[in-house]
Design a protein around this ligand. Structure first.
Ligand code: FAD
Ligand code: NAP
Length: 573
């Protein structure tokens, strides 16, 4: 007996199992072929472009319906996210519409080169109808809490549905909840005193008739610029309150328009797009190339950036010389590199100030009064409506209570700045995936392509989790740290690192760049496609990571009765 024991002590675990022993990593054979998926559940938060792209991939493109049981919770009554919520006058896509479509649903019928917001929302809804993407969406369903249950390997999620709390659980939680989704109402003294109409661009009251009214617009970001451009000519007076200069660039991809400006496609052009698929593809490819050039224009020393400065300065000066207000000429052209604040083409914005009823006010706002806005120089302007074009909360902390492994929260982790791994993962949040997380391709050109690549990547993990008996994965902290150090070093060479306040730096003037990705859209895609498992902690459902190897067969072999040479493919050998 003594001899047998000592022999076993010096035998490997495999050797012990061979001798009929049970070791701590012993598991019985799983009587199924290798990579047999278990059905897993996925909860997605949000039904904008991101959530809908994910749904399309699961249902149609990658066809994972057998493996993934999914649901999308959406707090709004409808799909669309950004495009449902932003209905302010003038809201539009300032990148060419043909480069702002779901990759799977090119749209030959865009009415104009740059499409209005309402048309984008209509396009989203048509796409949802065509592909039946809303059968798993629960609307009016606000996710209020998600907690990681380590023992179960699941997220326990609470959803507020018209005041009733529903509980759900899933192996995978995807946040497609947007990074420009929570309007930021400015903290200006006296806001609640105002007796007129107070509005935010992302929370517009369609029933309010703003024509012939006295209008204040606070902010000159992309939303403020579009609002001023659309409202000034029909307002009795408009004042735009601004704090910082911004570049008004020529139209994006203007070289592919007829004269640099927006134009309507003719019925003949739309017919050609519909009927000549090759030519349509080539047109879209040209546009995709053009918009992806933005990323190079964001490099401080790149010729595209220099060119943007030259053309924007020229264009701005040409308009400014016709504006009677000298403060605009003195203050409007920035010193920082174009792109530091999100570049805004804003055709018609500066021109608005040639209108005698339209003014730009640089004086800081002291307070809002019952009737208007008082500035620090003691002057008060009266208004019927104050439009806050003041942007969004850009902390990336989700709008619900999210608690991961060992009570990890993003509120704590990201109390200074958000740091993610390739915009998708955070350590301590197992099986939690973000679409459009921190440092995503938000200012690079084709944003919807970036969303599509992220969905592919997430679903690759979902398939791996389902087929390799995985309980959870989360990124290793040191991998996340290394990645972010590299990213911030790269980002120093971009315009975003200049001193200017921008949501790209989480509303700060200097410091960490939190929104844009450190590379091009194609760089992002390539990195996601080649992501190595070595950067992740992986926990399994059993004591042996290889339980999924199963009964030693692949599925098509069917216990010897099927195809026993699946690798022998006609034309290959
Ligand atoms: C005015 C405006 C114009 C823009 N124009 C462009 C452009 O021209 N080109 C470009 O590339 N990008 C543009 N963007 C960026 C735009 O946000 C993205 O292109 C894209 O629409 C983001 O889609 P999304 O699905 O990731 O997020 P969103 O569209 O923000 O959708 C997120 C969804 O999540 C839901 N949600 C959030 N929290 C919860 C919760 N707790 N429970 C349930 N549901 C929740 C929201 O209700 C929303 O429907 C613009 C943004 C704005 C604000
Ligand atoms: N493609 C499009 O056509 C389009 C259109 C709209 C929006 N977007 C996207 O949405 C992003 C956000 O755009 P946004 O314009 O809504 O927000 P934003 O770029 O964050 O701009 C907010 C504006 O409000 C001002 N502001 C904020 N708080 C203020 C206060 N208390 N007092 C005075 N001014 C205040 C800011 O001034 P400071 O700069 O001085 O802080 C800034 O001018 C864009 O960058 C873009 O990515 C795109």
């Amino acid at each position: 007996m003594g001899v047998l024991l000592s022999k076993l002590q010096y035998t490997s675990a495999a050797g012990q199992v061979a001798q009929g022993q049970i070791t701590k990593n012993w598991v019985p054979i799983k009587e199924e072929p290798v990579y047999t998926p278990r059905r897993i559940r996925l909860i997605c938060v949000g039904a904008g472009f991101s959530g809908l792209t994910l749904a399309h991939k699961i249902k149609h493109e990658i066809k994972l319906g057998e493996v993934i049981d999914y649901v999308i919770y959406e707090k709004n009554h409808d799909v669309g996210g950004t495009w449902l919520q932003n209905r302010y006058p003038g809201v539009a896509c300032d990148v060419p519409a043909h480069a702002y479509t779901f990759l799977f649903e090119p749209n030959p019928n865009w009415s104009q080169f740059y499409a209005p917001g309402s048309e984008i929302q209509e396009y989203i809804k048509n796409t949802v109808r065509k592909w039946n993407l809303d059968d798993r969406i629960e609307f009016n369903s606000c996710v209020v809490e998600s907690r990681w249950d380590e023992a179960a390997g699941k997220w326990k999620v609470k959803i507020n549905q018209n005041g009733i709390i529903k509980e759900d659980e899933a192996e995978i939680l995807v946040s497609a909840s947007g990074c420009l989704a929570k309007p930021r109402v400015p903290n200006i003294q006296g806001m609640s005193d105002f007796k007129g109409k107070l509005s935010h661009t992302a929370d517009w009251d369609d029933t309010y008739d703003w024509k012939n009214k006295r209008v204040a617009v606070i902010g000159n970001g992309a939303s403020g610029i579009q609002t001023v451009t659309a409202m000034h000519s029909t307002s009795s007076k408009l004042v735009n309150y601004v704090r910082n200069p911004c570049w008004i660039s020529p139209n994006f991809s203007g070289e592919l328009t007829k004269d640099g400006n927006n134009f309507a496609f003719t019925e003949e052009e739309k017919r050609q797009f519909r009927e000549d698929r090759k030519a349509f593809f080539e047109f879209r490819k040209r546009l995709e190339n053009s918009v992806n050039g933005f990323c190079y224009a964001m490099l401080r020393d790149h010729p595209f950036n220099r060119e943007t400065r030259v053309t924007s300065t020229k264009r701005m000066q040409n308009v400014i010389e016709n504006i009677p207000d000298p403060s605009i000429a003195a203050r409007m052209i920035p010193e920082f590199h174009p792109g530091c604040r999100r570049l805004t083409p804003g055709h018609g914005y500066l021109e608005a100030f040639t209108n005698p009823n339209t003014h730009m006010c640089w004086e800081p706002i002291e307070r809002i009064t019952e009737t208007g806005i008082k500035t620090t120089d003691g002057k008060e302007n009266t208004f019927d409506i104050i439009v806050c074009a003041t942007g969004f909360e850009t902390t990336y902390i989700p709008q619900w209570t999210l608690v991961g492994r060992n009570n990890t929260t993003l509120t704590e982790k990201w109390k200074t700045e958000p740091e993610a791994f390739f915009a998708v993962h955070v350590d301590g949040l197992p099986n939690y995936f973000m679409i459009m997380g921190p440092n995503f391709v938000v200012a690079h050109g084709s944003l919807l392509a970036g969303i599509s690549f992220t969905c592919d990547y997430i679903l690759k993990w979902a398939r791996k989790i389902a087929t390799e008996d995985i309980k959870s994965i989360d990124v290793k902290k040191d991998a996340l740290d290394d990645y972010n150090v590299w990213a911030q070093e790269y980002l120093k060479r971009t315009a975003w690192s200049d001193p200017c306040r921008s949501w790209y730096k989480n509303g700060k003037t200097s410091g960490q760049i939190t929104a844009p990705y450190a590379g091009t859209t194609s760089h992002f895609k390539r990195c996601l496609e080649n992501m190595g498992g070595e950067h992740f902690n992986i926990n399994y459902n059993s004591l042996n990571r290889f339980r999924f190897l199963g009964n030693g067969q692949v599925d098509v072999e069917r216990n010897g009765m099927g195809d026993l040479a699946e690798y022998f493919v006609e034309g290959l050998w």
